[in-house]
Design a protein around this ligand. Structure first.
Ligand code: AMP
Ligand code: MG
Length: 347
């Protein structure tokens, strides 16, 4: 399969009829897969009502079939066709955060969506992305669009169209290139099927923001307690991993430099993930800067690109600084821990 790439200049092309998006939407209607930008990461979309279309997503990504997909909508009116909204908190959260990086897990109405989307569960994850290209594409496709991140399963999620092409060229029908994405980590997933909402995956919207809008919110214990299974099927899989093994270091600059020196002395090629504030302090084979520590949203925005960029260096080991688990820092640490396979060095 030849993968078509359409370039869309968000400012210039969307003010008129955009033939690139029309062509991409037609492919979705023909039950093909199309990758597109959202405000979080690039998604790989397919018609959520059609099982063969949805099967193509799992196949292209090599995604385990028990890991359900997020359904993307462009208008709130699309929701009632396939989901129940009987939780007052869900309504408040939608009103406050849609379009935006928040996914809600709601009871699913049977018989509308392909059962492959929900991996057979009786709930469905839904969100309305805050990106003009994504919204226009979904609108023109005229169907709810199932879309996980557009990477090979296990790799860091794509924040640029070139990441999608690197992973999926020849495996999907097309990519709409709308430039780099903004938030950089995936949506926050919140289950609204019980009395109190539960965060199943930390992301672009923080716990503090959720609580301000809808009252108390819990965090799935399975995310932090290794002995408990996570409530969200996808959270049990290894993810975001660069090719070289990675460890998070709880310690200062000197501790990390000492580890680098030690590993280099053993003949290893060593990388380090740090931020602008400490750009010049490390001596390593690859020093990668990811945003500013005093503005954690910039770390989130750059994280996957930096994780991917280590692969160019053919390293033997990578050390990453750790980040405070507050605000979007929770999502950053959740992704880093997965990238590290939970390897943490207490220095
Ligand atoms: P991705 O599409 O790769 O960003 O991942 C979507 C995340 O949402 C995965 O962790 C899924 O397991 C999770 N998810 C999707 N649908 C549901 C659902 N019905 N219940 C719980 N988690 C879900
Ligand atoms: Mg993903």
């Amino acid at each position: 399969m030849k993968t078509k790439v359409w370039t869309v200049d968000v400012k210039r092309d969307l003010s008129t009829n955009c033939p690139q998006i029309a062509q991409a939407a037609r492919l979705l209607q023909q039950n093909e897969t199309v990758a597109f930008p959202t405000e979080t990461v690039y998604g790989l979309g397919a018609n959520a009502k059609h099982s063969e279309a949805v099967a193509k997503i799992y196949e292209a990504k090599g995604r385990p079939s028990d890991n359900p997909l997020i359904v993307h909508i462009a208008e709130i009116e699309q929701l009632a066709e396939f989901a129940e909204v009987d939780s007052p908190q869900a309504e408040m959260l939608m009103k406050r955060f849609w379009p935006g990086p928040l996914t809600l897990v709601l009871p699913c109405k049977p018989g509308v969506l392909s059962t492959r989307v929900t991996a057979g569960l009786d709930t469905v994850a839904v969100r309305m992305p805050d990106h003009p290209v994504a919204l226009e594409l979904i609108r023109q496709a005229g169907v709810p669009v199932a879309a996980p991140s557009a990477n090979l399963s296990g790799k860091p999620s794509p924040t640029k169209a070139e990441h999608v092409v690197n992973d999926l060229n020849g495996r999907i029908a097309g990519v709409v290139d709308g430039g780099p994405t903004g938030v950089g980590v995936e949506s926050t997933v919140v289950s609204c099927t019980g009395e109190i909402p539960v965060i199943l995956r930390p992301g672009g919207v923080t716990k503090e923001q959720l609580e301000e809008a809808a009252g108390p919110v819990l965090i799935d214990q399975g995310l932090t307690d290794e002995k408990k299974a996570p409530m969200s099927p996808g959270m049990k899989y290894t993810h975001y991993a660069p090719e070289a093994p990675l460890a998070i270091v709880n310690g200062g600059v000197e501790d990390i430099q000492r580890l680098i020196d030690q590993y280099q002395k053993d003949g290893m090629k060593v990388g380090v993930l740090t931020t602008e504030e400490r750009a010049d302090v490390y001596q390593a084979d690859a020093v990668r800067i990811c945003g500013r520590r005093d503005r954690l949203e910039t770390v989130a925005a750059g994280l996957y690109d930096v994780l991917r960029s280590f692969d160019e260096e053919r390293l033997d080991f990578i050390f990453a600084e750790s980040f405070p688990e507050e605000g979007v820092g929770r999502a950053i640490m959740n992704r880093l821990l997965k990238a590290a396979g939970h390897r943490v060095i207490e220095a």
